[in-house]
Structures are given as structure tokens and as C-alpha cells.
Design a protein around this ligand. Sequence first.
Ligand SMILES: *Cc1c(COP(=O)(O)O)cnc(C)c1O
Length: 376
Amino acid sequence: MKVDFFRHNITASDRKALDRVLRGLFITTGGEVRRFEERFAKYLKAPYVVGVTSATAGLHLALEALNIGRGDEVITTPMTFIATANAILHAGATPKFVDVEPDTGNIDHRLIETAITKKTRAILPVHLYGQLCDMRAISKIARKYKLKVVEDAAHAVEARRDGVCVGQLSDAAAFSFYATKNLTSGEGGAVSVHTKKLKTILSQSRTHGLTKDAAGKYRKKYQHYDMKFCGWKYNMSNIQAALLVPQIKRIEKNLRIRKKVWGIYLKELKGVENLDFPKIVPGSRSALHLFTAWVPPRHRDKILWRLEEKGIGVSANFRPVHYTTYYKKNFNLKKGMFPNAERIGDSVITLPLYPTLKEREIKYVCKSLKEILKTL
Ligand SMILES: *Cc1c(COP(=O)(O)O)cnc(C)c1O
């Protein structure tokens, strides 16, 4: 049997929506992007959304729009995809890492205050695997020290916790529509914000800082653009938006299906020796983006390879940021500095999780994993 790590669920009607846009005049940023922004904002219960080309771009633009740059420090987690920390570098700022909670892998808000210096300007929490960080606690610290908060919500479109929605208690939240995310256009991203002012800055900074995009110039009479600040080239296209708009309607349904898959995994793998799982805390509705398990670190890679030999697609989310040569070298980081992130990074395996996964495929993955664990 072959069980892919991920299969997207772009449907015939999504392809039809794409075809309609391709037959139209505007394939770059235009009406379809605006439709996506409105509908996604409505789903998120956010006042404004701006469509961009990736979550990385969204994080970068959000930090810049909040005037965070050279000389500033941003507190974040080492237990994330490298994009989170790189976006801070793109903005010209310096990432300051603090360790994560041992049971969830989310940034430990009790450690944030210890990392605050005179240069600290923002906190950048990551909602690992789809579970919201303790945003009430984080926003309280931010208010106390007058810091901005930008959420890496790449995993967390559907997440809520203690009555708080993703994006609700921060200045901006960045979402990803990369190939393996819950919603996807192959590549793509969005930022949700609360003020018209930030929305306008982001809408301009995603296209060089120009005051008009292509569709804006193409009104009855030709309109000249101006540039008041230097932006980037991160604008979402109508092609990406065409694929995303119809998926918004299926978000809740797909979450329910992933929840079923999650339940089967937990049931099949319950009580298995040498196996543990990150915790979902009470009061939290996880977006259930990645299903991960923890195995003995000395056997982890062997387990990944044996699963692959059995035709199962796997991953390891994540390799802690401070394990990479660049961060070690340039930010004076060493193994041993963030023990919880390291324990997770050394023991984590990620199993397939997506709505089109069949029950027999999930059971095959579980049976294979149990066999492998028994022969260690
Ligand atoms: C996927 C991912 C990103 C980057 O998303 P892109 O859209 O590819 O830029 C950022 N952070 C996390 C936690 C991710 O998993």
C-alpha cells in the first residue's frame, strides 16, 4: 500500500472556478482577490484580510507595517518552520528565541518576560500544528510592555481557544496556502488585521508601495500611480484567489473529517509503548493541521525510514530553528539552550493527515508504526 504524506482536495468545482478566472481579463490581483479577502475575513471574523503570495511574505509585511526593523528584537519560538524566523530577518530585525511548553510545543508565555530587553518590539507566536497559543496571556504581556503581536497562523485557520479566535488578540495574523496546508492554492498567503490603516499599508506594500494596483489603473480613464514608500512584490493573484474562494465553504467540513482521522489515530495508537503525543489543552479547538507523535530520539530517523519503506509518506515537524548552521553561526545559538523544543525536534514524527485519507490507510499506518516500534 502507498499512503502519500499529503493529497490536496482541489475539486472539479474548484477547477471550474479557476477556469472562469482564466477566461477573464484579469489573472493578477483583481476582483477575485477582493472576493477572497472578503470571504476569508468573514470566516475568520476579522475586519480585514489582505491576500499575499505566502505566509512568509505576510509575516514580513506585517512586521514592516508595524514599523519593526533594524535594531529591533522580536521574540519567537525555535519550534517552528524556518520561515517564521526568516521573516523577522527579512524585516531587518533580530529574532530572540524562547523555549516552548513541553506538552504542546507552543511558545511558553511564562518565559517571554525573561527575554524582553530595551530593544524588544514584538512577540511572534506560532500556533503549532493548529493549536492556538495562550493568546490571552501573550496579549497581556504585550500590553504591559507595549509590544506588538504578530501571529504565525500558517497552521491555524480554524483555531480557537478560551473563546478567542485566531487573529483576534494580535496586531496581525499571517496564514499560508502552501501546497500542504489546510487551504491551498499551491503557494499563497494572507494577513488579517483590525484597522483600515494597516490594511491600506499592506495592500500597497504587497505591490512595491504603489498607490494603485493593475486593476486600479484600469478604470474608465487611465490613472497614474504614485509610490510613497518602497514595498515588495508579494501580491496574491486572481488565479490563486480563484482556487481559494470555493475552499472557504469547505473549511468546517474538512476540519470535521480531519477530526475523525485524528480520533482513529489516537484510538489505534493508544497505550503503545515508546509513543507519546502533544497535548490539546481543554478549551482549545485545534485546527488539527499536523498529526505528530513522539518516539525515542535514538530511533527516530530509523522509524521514519522504515515507514517510508512501507510506502508511507512522513515528515518531522520541526527541526528546531537553532539547529541550522545559519542561525547557530549568526545568533550564537547552541544545542542545549531550548531543551523542550529540542526534545520535540529530536523525537517528532509526522504522519499523513488530510480529508481524503481512507480508514484502511490510517489503520495501515498505525499497524506499520506499531510493528516498527516492536522491533526496535
Ligand atoms: C508553512 C509554514 C510557514 C510558511 O508558509 P509559506 O506560505 O510557505 O510562506 C510559516 N510558518 C509555519 C509554522 C509553517 O508551517
